[in-house]
Write a protein that binds this ligand. Structure first.
Ligand SMILES: NC(=O)c1ccc[n+]([C@@H]2O[C@H](COP(=O)([O-])OP(=O)(O)OC[C@H]3O[C@@H](n4cnc5c(N)ncnc54)[C@H](O)[C@@H]3O)[C@@H](O)[C@H]2O)c1
Length: 303
């Protein structure tokens, strides 16, 4: 037992339950506590815990979970608007923290959390998991190995289905999620910075809510989240990056395409097709490299 690492999860909705599956894959990890104010989410997590052979204690309150379960690590997968309060409560107890993205819903909270994290004695990490998906990780490895030469242009296209329904419908309003470009596209702005190993200098953007959720009402209120956007980011060393987002493209086969282009050619990766494709400028390509994800990791969920 002494070699076991004790995990807790705050928020056991869709993503918290995916984290339960991930914890079940980690040797030496033991899930000791789960907190969630929603009885329906706790019940769904109870059923899953039994299926996975986990025996966490359940709590409706995060403080009670921290005091009783005494975790070594806490995964925070509650709605974005709660992240700042929950993470501060968890930090007071001192465990390692994986905070789901986005870290916060506004810049003031993000700056305050960044400052607090600087002195935190345990690891604290924001869940920008796209970097670690095997096809994306391989694409980035090849870009960083210099195959394209210095990247001059990075391009990310996401054409996908609308936001799913969430517990209490929190994701229908900017005030709860930070907005579409924060809630989902923080992954892509993270990838741009990581691919280019550089920081943004100037950002231009255009977006609107043209199609999705316009016929929905929550206490009489119409959702206000945008469903399409184009964002251009100029980076300090001169590279340009583009995000092309459409969230009313249910029929699109490839949800995400990521490209890096430099003087030697173009590397790209598409999800869910999981191949890295190299198109050198000498026209000897394209050459596809399939990248497998381990079957047990796939079973844990999409992320
Ligand atoms: N990394 C990724 O790719 C990825 C993917 C999906 C969601 N997420 C993030 O995970 C988080 C949860 O998203 P979801 O899709 O699971 O939403 P969800 O609505 O399915 O689940 C959220 C759960 O948190 C609970 N909750 C509300 N307030 C809480 C609090 N104060 N303390 C503990 N639990 C609380 C809710 O009752 C609900 O059960 C969000 O921040 C979201 O952006 C990340």
């Amino acid at each position: 037992m002494s070699s076991q690492f004790r995990y807790s999860i705050a928020g056991c909705g869709m993503m918290g339950r995916e984290h339960m599956r991930n914890v079940a894959l980690v040797p030496g990890a033991r899930l000791v506590g789960i907190c969630d104010p929603d009885e329906g989410s706790r019940e769904a997590a109870r059923v899953l815990a039994e299926e996975l052979g986990q025996a966490p204690e359940f709590f409706s309150d995060c403080g009670a979970m921290l005091n009783n379960a005494k975790p070594d690590a806490v995964i925070i997968a509650s709605p974005n608007i709660t992240h700042f309060d929950v993470v501060r409560q968890v930090m007071a107890a001192g465990p390692a923290i994986l905070l789901e993205k986005p870290m916060c819903t506004n810049l003031a909270d993000a700056r305050a959390l960044h400052a607090m994290a600087a002195d935190y004695p345990a690891p604290i990490w924001v869940g920008l998991e796209y970097r670690f998906m095997p096809p994306v990780a391989r694409f980035i490895e090849r870009v960083h190995a210099g195959e394209t030469g210095p990247v001059k242009m990075a391009s990310i296209r996401e054409h996908r289905f609308p936001f799913l329904e969430k517990v209490g419908d929190w994701n229908r309003f900017n005030r709860n999620s930070g907005g579409t470009l924060v809630e989902k596209c923080c992954h892509f702005f993270d990838l741009m910075r990581y691919i280019l190993q550089d920081e943004p200098r100037r950002i231009y953007a255009s977006g609107a809510q043209d199609v999705n959720h316009l016929d929905e009402r929550y206490d009489g209120e119409v959702p206000d989240i945008i469903d399409n956007a184009v964002v251009v980011v100029d980076f300090v060393r001169g590279a340009r990056a583009v995000l092309d987002l459409c969230m009313f493209a249910e029929g699109s086969e490839q949800q995400e395409d990521i490209y890096a282009l430099g003087p030697a050619g173009k590397l790209e990766v598409a999800l869910p097709r999981a191949s890295v494709i190299w198109s050198p400028r000498d026209r000897s390509g394209p050459v596809a490299e399939p990248v497998a994800t381990p079957a047990d990791a796939l079973a844990a969920g999409d992320h």
